[in-house]
Write a protein that binds this ligand. Structure first.
Ligand code: F0G
Length: 457
């Protein structure tokens, strides 16, 4: 087998600004030890997110010039609508400026106090939008998905027995919809199987509950189905993606991931009256239904991106580049979620820093150290992001303490990734000297974006 190469040539480059360790120490202190607060130009390799960070293709840039900026009925809206319909098959396609805007509109209409929304694992903005409406967001992930060290093909699946139990307990009438996040971002970018999508859809039909996908990374999920699930090897990724959506009643999508663009999203659905209500709210919050918070050129870029993302050479390179970094790390003994998922490598901070307790945020400690060591920016997905307090103010931690190294699409080459592995290995060798952190400021919601920290005594 020959090396799987980047399936593109580079036409435009963006210089990287290098910093010294001494400079980075100062920068980190000024940012309150929170990488979200570091200026991007002070970062050498930015693995904070794979969202909105894709490199667009020459064809996408060409489409940008063709953008029709008419307020109503823009030609670009119809290219966008066609591209989304081709994949989702959904009847109503509502553009939004990004994923959370689609979530906000959907849950403002279906959500209210006393309602429950189950998912395999809600992403943080989805959870926040649900909770903002007074609803409860519940994660019903399969047991194996909660064990970073155990390998399985579809660790993003929902526990279907638990779903049935949940519906019986809460009452179908109190569950406005069931969601599945593909791939399961907060659970390691792990895929959901077609079998699981089918089973969840059958349960939803039985109880007459609408079924929605959080489809940000649908193409990566579809490619895993092709690689790992019986009977799908000979199908195209587009066929698989279409089948995934065929079991659903709707979807929210952040186009900033698998539509290979820097901004955009949509809400797609079949129900006429729900669509009408969503469009009315869209007009108040985002814009007219044929642009929804986006410029015509953005709609064109999404339409083209949705075609490019199902290309199997691209997906083979994409999934392999994540696996490649994962392999280098496991060879050095670094504990990560195995197998690697679709868009990121997730370090298991509990096993990386067993001497740092959850209330001293082991993930945050790793994130700070890899910035210091190599100017690499990553994100904590653990007690900082999902921690809650009980009535006595004691931290309630989520099941996993993770650090995510998210790989932007088509941006970094193999030598960038080699550098990342070298920095991580260095930090791992020095792990005994790493200390925990304390929060010195936090906002009441989504605190990880703005919190300040200081090293614990
Ligand atoms: N759903 C999932 C699964 C996501 O990963 C994200 C964003 C969203 C919804 C919200 O989309 O950012 O366009 O409003 N995830 C980014 C990340 C921010 O870094 O994982 P958005």
């Amino acid at each position: 087998m020959k090396t799987i190469i980047e399936p593109f040539r580079i036409k435009t480059v963006e210089p990287i600004r290098f910093t010294t360790r001494r400079e980075r120490k100062k920068i980190l202190e000024t940012a309150g030890y929170n990488p979200f607060l570091i200026h991007a130009e002070d970062v050498i390799i930015d693995l904070l997110t794979d969202s909105g960070t894709s490199a667009m293709s020459s064809q996408q840039w060409a489409k940008i010039m063709e953008g029709d900026e008419s307020y109503a009925g823009s030609k670009s809206y119809y290219s966008f609508e066609n591209a989304v319909k081709k994949i989702t098959g959904h009847k109503h396609i509502i553009p939004t400026h990004q994923g959370r805007a689609a979530e906000k509109i959907l849950f403002s209409i279906v959500g209210s106090k006393g309602k429950f929304i189950p998912s395999n694992t809600h992403f943080d903005t989805t959870r926040a939008n649900i909770e903002f409406m007074g609803c409860e967001a519940h994660d019903l992930l399969v047991e194996i998905g909660k064990h970073p060290e155990k390998r399985a093909d579809f660790k993003g699946n929902m526990d279907v027995d638990q779903l049935v139990k949940f519906i019986n307990e809460k009452g179908a009438g109190n569950i406005p919809l069931v969601m599945l996040t593909v791939t399961n971002n907060s659970g390691g970018g792990q895929p959901v199987s077609m079998q699981n999508i089918k089973e969840v859809s059958e349960v939803c039909k039985r109880f007459q509950i609408p079924f929605f996908l959080d489809a940000c990374r649908f193409a990566e999920n579809a490619y895993f189905i092709k690689l790992r699930e019986k009977d799908y090897a000979a199908k195209s990724v587009l066929e698989i993606a279409k089948e995934m959506f065929s079991y659903t009643d709707g979807a929210t999508m952040s186009a900033k991931k698998d539509a290979l663009v820097n901004i955009g999203g949509f809400l797609s659905l079949n129900d006429d009256s729900l669509a009408m209500n969503c469009r009315n709210l869209l007009i108040i919050t985002e814009g007219f239904p044929t642009y929804g918070g986006l410029a015509g050129r953005d709609l064109e870029a999404v339409a083209r991106g949705l075609e490019e993302v199902v290309d199997e050479h691209y997906l083979q390179y994409r999934i392999r580049s994540i696996e490649y970094l994962g392999e280098k790390m496991t060879q050095a003994g670094i504990p990560i979620i195995e197998p690697t998922g679709g868009h990121a490598v997730y370090i298991d901070a509990k096993r990386f820093l067993p001497h740092v307790p959850a209330y001293q945020y082991p993930g945050q400690s790793i994130v700070c150290e890899i910035y210091l060591e190599g100017g690499i920016r990553a994100v904590e997905i653990g007690s900082v992001m999902f921690g809650k307090y009980d009535k006595e103010g004691v931290l309630i931690s989520p099941p996993m303490e993770l650090v995510r190294l998210a790989i932007p699409r088509r941006v970094y080459t193999q030598s960038h990734i080699d550098y990342v592995a070298e920095v991580l290995i260095e930090v791992y060798k020095n792990r005994a000297n790493l200390k925990g952190y304390k929060i010195t400021y936090e906002a009441p919601m989504l605190r990880h974006f703005t919190a300040n920290f200081k090293p614990a005594e």
